[in-house]
Design a protein around this ligand. Structure first.
Ligand SMILES: [Zn+2]
Ligand SMILES: [Zn+2]
Length: 372
């Protein structure tokens, strides 16, 4: 817990489908340009559950999860600066972008300008394993390699607010921008997990006329209303036909201008395609994990509808950086910290995953400094 500690405790997934266990690692020596980060809060998200279930490919085990983190700079070796060029010093409260080593030199980075598809990217807590170092946030300390993008947390923004937004917030920012929501459009958000809830907030900031949300359970629908949804439809107590009737009634029978899929359920996609108006936009951000195929009708769903369908993969530094600015400016309206419903210690990591799996939690977090 103190700087004299030479052993670092980290919750570790030993192998796919195995329970998380707390392991001890040596406190790392810093190379030039690196920093040591003392974790205050680390998020538990659906991706962590999928990592434990072995559903992601290209993941090395054993693995220390935790890709959205807030903490304190414990130690810096050499010259480490933020994007504005200001040196980072010990004791500062920071977060860092989990995506590391986007190369800026490959075909996707330079020609396609699609940096989130750069094949050289590595992600803390997802594609770096424990054998690569302390590179996940379910750990007392995280090793910030040279080149990791670090951002200061502005005064007045609490660690709870930052992690309440978590990885879902910059993902939602990316999805909403990808959707090109216009002023006074009617927007449907499918899914009321952390990504969907921030999509609702950002659709509101984009000047949506009306926001509809489909999700569950009630606790998440209440949060959706707080984030700015005008009409919430409970996916557990309604049928596809019920929801279609409600959406058409709210849109003069035409369907919504824009829909964003943030549910993670493949069945949401054909349903959503049905609920967008002709010449509307449909954006898929919720299918980060492969949950299998569904059937669509290309004639009815795409061609005849003249539909614009877009996918969203990951985030880059810009989404992360501007996400913090949006939290600083708009948290009084959206209160992201209120999305945190469950807090766990490192030793309770399995309980944390269960809270996410069961849908009990809106947002679960791990506080590695807490004992237990
Ligand atoms: Zn995540
Ligand atoms: Zn690249």
């Amino acid at each position: 817990m103190t700087s004299t500690t030479h052993v670092v405790r980290a919750a570790t997934i030993p192998a796919p489908k195995q329970p998380v266990e707390v392991r001890e690692y040596p406190r790392p020596e810093l190379e030039d340009g690196a920093a040591l980060f003392r974790t205050l809060l680390s998020e538990v998200c659906g991706t962590d559950l999928h990592l434990q279930q072995g559903l992601l490919t290209e993941t090395p085990y054993p693995l220390i999860p935790g890709h959205a983190n807030v903490g304190v700079i414990e130690e810096v070796r050499g010259d480490v600066r933020d994007v504005g060029g200001t040196p980072l010093r010990g004791g500062e409260r920071v977060s860092f972008l989990d995506v590391h080593a986007t190369c800026g030199a490959c075909w996707f980075c330079l020609v396609a300008k699609a940096t989130t598809r750069c094949p050289n990217r590595k992600v803390y807590g997802i594609t770096y394993g424990a054998d690569d170092g302390l590179l996940g946030g379910w750990s007392e300390y995280v090793y910030l390699k040279p080149g990791v993008r670090i951002v200061r947390i502005p005064d007045g923004l609490s660690p709870e607010t930052v992690i309440g937004g978590g990885c879902g917030l910059p993902t939602a920012l990316h999805a909403v921008e990808r959707s090109d929501i216009l002023l006074a459009e009617t927007v449907l958000v499918q899914g009321t997990g952390p990504v969907g809830l921030s999509c609702i907030a950002f659709a509101r900031l984009r000047g949506a006329y009306k926001i509809l949300a489909i999700g569950a359970p009630k606790r998440r629908l209440d949060a959706a209303r707080r984030m700015g949804a005008d009409l919430c439809l409970d996916v557990e107590t309604s049928t596809v036909e019920d929801r279609r009737e409600a959406v058409m009634a709210a849109t003069a029978g035409r369907g919504v201008d824009t829909a964003i899929e943030a549910s993670g359920n493949p069945a949401a996609v054909p349903e959503g395609l049905d609920l967008v108006r002709d010449n509307g936009t449909y954006t898929v951000v919720g299918q980060y994990t492969d949950h299998g195929p569904v059937q669509i009708n290309p004639h009815l769903h795409i061609n005849k509808k003249h539909l614009d369908i877009r996918g969203v993969w990951g985030i880059d530094y810009s989404h992360f950086h501007r996400g913090i600015l949006l939290q600083e400016r708009y948290n009084a309206q959206f209160h992201w910290e209120q999305l945190i419903t469950h807090t766990f210690t490192l030793d309770q990591a399995n309980d944390a995953l269960e809270a996410v799996r069961s849908g009990q939690a809106i947002k679960a977090v791990i506080r590695p400094g807490a004992s237990g």
